[in-house]
Ligand binder design. Structure first.
Ligand SMILES: CC(C)(COP(=O)(O)OP(=O)(O)OC[C@H]1O[C@@H](n2cnc3c(N)ncnc32)[C@H](O)[C@@H]1OP(=O)(O)O)[C@@H](O)C(=O)NCCC(=O)NCCS
Length: 170
């Protein structure tokens, strides 16, 4: 015996309603085709077209994210982070701008740049660095230094494994 009655029309209607009531989105510029899932807290940021932000993400003010970039659930993106287009940011990725917390003076915070096509594995921690085009960051990595384009790094602290060989880092 089915537990839920299948009524597609009703389900779609309530889904649309819950999307709005379960999201905190303030002063953001969000491009056409970008999907934001429920239980997010995003404010003062810019997200391009056809991107995606998963559940339970926080994105702070001043963050800029390009087109077709996927931010998976449970990720925290702080101020001073810039993420390009066609990036993949895995689940539970933590960005850092305050290296010696708590530092109340924002002029002491440092920025992070993620170039186009980079892919960051689940549960990685990204200190203020530049991650080059198409670089791959392993799951659970703690990235403390800049990563060259096309490099694959992993571990704590993240270290170089190899260059990817599919041409995506060029
Ligand atoms: C980093 C990564 C890309 C490497 O993949 P790969 O080149 O196929 O590497 P391999 O599986 O051949 O492993 C090579 C070595 O690195 C180690 N390694 C692999 N991934 C690692 C990681 N994330 N952290 C630490 N070490 C890792 C392996 O244990 C292996 O070590 P060994 O040579 O001592 O046996 C991949 O393991 C990874 O972490 N991908 C991210 C996945 C992810 O988070 N997806 C999110 C969506 S579900």
């Amino acid at each position: 015996m089915p537990i839920f009655k299948k009524d597609k029309k009703q389900k779609n209607k309530s889904q649309e309603e819950s999307d709005k009531s379960l999201q905190l989105i303030n002063n953001c510029e969000i491009g056409e085709g970008t999907k934001i899932w429920n239980f997010v807290n995003i404010y003062g940021c810019e997200i391009g077209r056809n991107s995606m932000v998963g559940c339970f993400c926080e994105i702070q003010k001043g963050v800029r994210i390009g087109d077709r970039t996927r931010i998976q659930s449970h990720t925290f993106i702080c101020e001073l982070v810039e993420i390009g287009s066609d990036c993949f940011i895995g689940h539970g990725v933590m960005f850092i701008n305050d290296v010696y917390p708590p530092q109340p003076d924002p002029s002491e915070w440092r920025k992070t740049v993620i170039e186009d096509g980079a892919s960051i594995g689940s549960n990685a921690t990204i200190l203020p660095v530049r991650i080059g085009k198409g670089a791959v960051i392993g799951a659970g990595a703690v990235v403390t230094k800049d990563v060259p384009a096309g490099a694959v790094v992993a571990g704590n602290p993240a270290s170089f494994m190899r260059y990817r060989n599919d041409g995506k880092g060029e």
